[in-house]
Design a protein around this ligand. Structure first.
Ligand SMILES: CCCC(=O)CC(=O)SCCNC(=O)CCNC(=O)[C@H](O)C(C)(C)COP(=O)(O)OP(=O)(O)OC[C@H]1O[C@@H](n2cnc3c(N)ncnc32)[C@H](O)[C@@H]1OP(=O)(O)O
Ligand SMILES: NC(=O)C1=CN([C@@H]2O[C@H](COP(=O)(O)OP(=O)(O)OC[C@H]3O[C@@H](n4cnc5c(N)ncnc54)[C@H](O)[C@@H]3O)[C@@H](O)[C@H]2O)C=CC1
Length: 721
């Protein structure tokens, strides 16, 4: 059935015109909707039989904001003229300054431009539990329909700056307490109450309030300045590299100092600058990339329905198993946690308890919910409880034989419908399932550490995994608030494979004489939260050593073999786990660079002997970024070429959510396309001539560079999906 898009107006016998936005699924403000709103408001203002107006949205959702597709259009063409004139034409002139009272009837959600339309109305009536917010900063822009001016005037400056800077939405219940919502009524009474409210304003029984003209919640200029000073500090802390966070404070201040209308004009001007920024391009790409992951050909379009997953067994209560168990419990899924002995089992259970208590102490979970979650956990030492589980997630150490034996055993003890998933970070799924007859229900459920906090779930399918199993795991992933990305089977899958050159390039640079703490600092300035050496400390150097040979077996031709990890472990530095790696870890304080590790690096340099003429190389910060991240782009090209991901944007979202690649750079492939494949190819060619085949450009990169094609444009016939 075709989507019904448009704006309707029904004028009742009571003289109230109800204007309704229809643009499923979220009633976003696409260009025809904005044109329709202008037409209907003009009409309602002119008609003699209309005394008052109610604005609402169809299908239980008021409005999800401006149509983000238009931003993407602007990014593709650079043409700002496709952005309709809204803030003054529609919002100020036709709505707020209308002589006829206007009431917003809000239900479901009013976000971004949606909330901004509601705030331009003369009152807001809402159904319970509606989501209200201005999330524009997450898209690299600022509110553009007057939200920067009206929200402070409705909820107060401190609350408004907090909501805007943190893109934090509130419920209609909280909105009512703050004065954003005038009345909260059951959904069945929403329209009747809104009509009555509009007529009450028309007849002078209720005040005719124009938000932009209000000053009662702004406070004095000195109070406002003190709040804005705090906001500037907050913006510096949470988003030092985001232009929109700093710009929005300037825009709010303009309205405080020179009046709301002046603020509206400045808002429009700044909005138009920001919408063309690279940050907005990256963040809008990430918005759509994340949503695209829910569409998996031959799985989500195959007419299948996810089966209920009520009880899950997790094998191994170590770092990953305890995190995975925590994530499941928090979404009310029963968990059986299996370990090898009572001591390890107790340790696993204590870790789960610690994870959950940590959420309570940070105010992210109520005590009640924590108690409920923990009541769903059962620790076991044998397979008796496995007889009625719907899914098993194996998270034992990275050992092929051990995993093969476990899967062989699982086939016998689990019911036939049970999904058999492995959290392996590296091993080929076909090898894990080699000794079973259940290959169609074997799947990779690759979580990222800490598993209860990181949002990526890489779902790895082999050529035998059934679409039903993939769909079920996608549904579990969403239920436990992860973003599932379905990828093909290969060593390291999509994310770890793409990023294995990250650590290796860092090791090469350190062996070439570059200071490792400088490398970490350059990479964090680029936008990753941790540099490669600190990340190694966090993951633990033992795991690095264990997976090295697995990668070497298949990608050996393009690996830099560094003795650094082995030397580090020999010197008793396992990483954060034992308090010492490249950094020193002490409870309650930030990791400190450990100068004594430099002797280990020296030893490594002697063994590799790759410094030209025995002298450290001299590199700029830009060159460090290129030497570390261009090899990652190069491997991403191979991942794209081999069809390990369905679409390039899946690798973008996986790199953002799994590796914390900066979202404002749009993900690894998007970033590479912004720089240009030709430049990356030429730089890698130069590096490979100087430093060897580790940097040799891949066939895919060379082809794209020569043909002038973006990396994201897939033409692979070698899909693994
Ligand atoms: C001059 C500019 C004025 C201005 O102030 C700027 C704005 O208003 S910018 C937009 C601000 N709004 C937002 O940032 C909201 C973005 N959307 C969401 O946060 C969520 O989609 C939702 C909370 C509204 C709904 O969530 P959910 O039910 O989980 O559904 P999905 O997220 O999967 O979305 C369903 C499909 O709807 C598409 N969508 C959502 N919002 C918009 C939008 N504002 N514009 C265009 N399209 C939107 C989304 O892409 C999904 O589409 P699909 O094809 O994947 O089904
Ligand atoms: N550490 C990390 O950052 C990540 C690890 N992984 C993968 O997750 C898996 C587990 O890794 P970690 O949790 O780090 O290891 P870990 O060493 O912390 O935990 C493994 C646990 O499995 C238990 N175990 C071993 N054999 C068992 C058996 N037969 N039955 C029940 N329990 C058994 C061990 O006692 C141990 O507690 C590995 O495959 C690893 O590659 C995946 C993503 C990230």
């Amino acid at each position: 059935m075709a989507k019904k898009i448009g704006v309707t107006m029904d004028v009742g016998n009571d003289g109230v015109a109800v204007i309704t936005i229809s643009n499923p699924p979220v009633n976003s403000l696409a260009s025809p909707i904005i044109a329709g709103l202008k037409e209907k408001f003009r009409d309602a203002n002119q008609r003699n039989d209309v005394r008052a107006i109610v604005l609402t949205g169809n299908n239980g959702r008021f409005c999800g904001g401006f149509d983000i597709n238009v931003f993407q259009q602007v990014h593709k063409t650079g043409d700002l003229s496709v952005m309709p004139e809204v803030s003054v034409d529609l919002v100020c002139n036709l709505m707020e300054d209308s002589r006829k009272p206007l009431v917003a009837a809000v239900e479901g959600l009013a976000l971004g431009g949606g909330l901004e339309l509601a705030m331009a109305c003369h009152a807001r009536v809402s159904a319970p539990k509606a989501q209200l917010g201005l999330p524009e900063l997450t898209l690299g822009v600022i509110p553009g329909f007057g939200g920067t001016q009206r929200l402070p005037r409705l909820v107060g400056l401190a609350k408004a700056t907090d909501m805007i800077l943190l893109s934090k939405s509130i419920s209609s219940e909280e909105g009512q307490k703050l004065g954003l919502i005038d009345a909260l009524v059951p959904p069945g009474e929403l329209l009747s109450t809104s009509r009555k409210w509009a007529l009450d304003i028309a007849d002078g029984r209720k005040p005719f309030l124009r938000s932009l003209h209000r000053t009662d919640k702004i406070g004095s200029l000195s109070e406002a300045r003190a709040i804005l000073k705090n906001s500037r500090q907050l913006a510096k802390k949470i988003a030092p590299k985001m232009p929109q966070h700093h710009a929005v404070i300037e825009v709010i201040e303009e309205g405080i100092v020179h009046g709301g209308y002046s603020g509206v004009l400045k808002e429009a001007e700044v909005f138009r600058q920001l919408v063309l920024s690279d940050t907005a391009k990256g963040l809008v790409h990430v918005f759509f990339a994340q949503r695209a992951t829910s569409k998996v050909p031959n799985v989500t379009d195959a007419g299948l329905k996810p089966r209920p997953i009520k009880k899950v067994a997790v094998i191994g209560g170590g770092l990953m198993g305890s995190g995975i168990a925590t994530a499941l419990l928090l979404s009310n899924i029963r968990v059986v946690l299996k370990e090898i002995n009572p001591e390890y089992l107790m340790k696993g259970i204590k870790t789960v308890e610690g994870n959950i208590k940590g959420l309570v102490s940070r105010g992210k979970l109520t005590q009640d919910k924590a108690g409920k979650a923990l009541s769903l956990l059962k620790g076991v030492l044998d397979y008796t409880e496995f007889k009625d589980v719907d899914m098993v997630i194996e998270a034992v150490i990275e050992n092929i034989q051990l995993k093969q034996n476990i899967f062989k055993e699982l086939e016998k003890v689990c019911p036939p419908h049970c999904i058999l998933a492995s959290n392996t970070s590296t091993i080929d799924l076909n090898v894990i399932g080699e000794k079973t007859n259940s290959k169609d229900r074997i799947v990779g459920a690759h979580f990222f550490s800490p598993a209860h906090l990181m949002t990526l779930l890489e779902i790895v399918r082999s050529e035998n995994t059934s679409p039903q199993v993939i769909l079920d795991l996608m549904a579990v992933g969403k239920a436990i608030k992860k973003v599932p990305v379905v990828v093909g089977n290969c060593i390291g899958f999509a994310v770890n494979r793409t990023f294995f050159p990250y650590t290796q390039a860092a090791h090469m640079l350190a062996n070439l004489g570059v200071d490792l703490f400088r490398i970490d600092s350059v990479i964090t300035s680029f936008g990753l939260p941790l540099g490669p050496f600190q990340l190694g400390d966090l993951a633990g150097h033992g795991i690095g050593l264990a997976v090295g040979p697995i990668y070497a077996k298949v990608y050996g031709d393009r690996m830099f073999r560094s003795p650094l990890t082995e030397l580090l472990l020999k010197s008793g530095r396992n990483g954060k786990i034992n308090g010492r790696g490249y950094y020193i870890y002490e409870k309650g304080s930030k990791p400190k660079p450990d100068p004594s590790v430099l002797s280990v690096v020296e030893e490594s340099r002697k063994l590799t002997n790759i410094m030209p003429g025995g002298k450290p190389i001299s590199v700029t910060d830009k060159e460090i970024v290129e030497m570390i991240l261009f090899p990652v782009v190069n491997e991403a090209c191979r991942v794209l070429d081999e069809g390990v991901v369905i679409r390039a944007s899946d690798l973008d979202i996986a790199s953002v959510l799994g590796m914390s690649f900066p979202s404002y750079r749009g993900g690894i492939v998007f970033w590479a396309d912004m720089i240009g494949p030709k430049y990356i190819y030429e730089r890698l060619k130069e590096m490979s001539e100087t430093y060897g085949s580790f940097f040799k450009p891949s066939r895919y990169l060379e082809e794209r560079a020569t043909k002038g094609m973006p990396l994201s444009e897939l033409k692979s016939s070698r899909s693994r999906l």
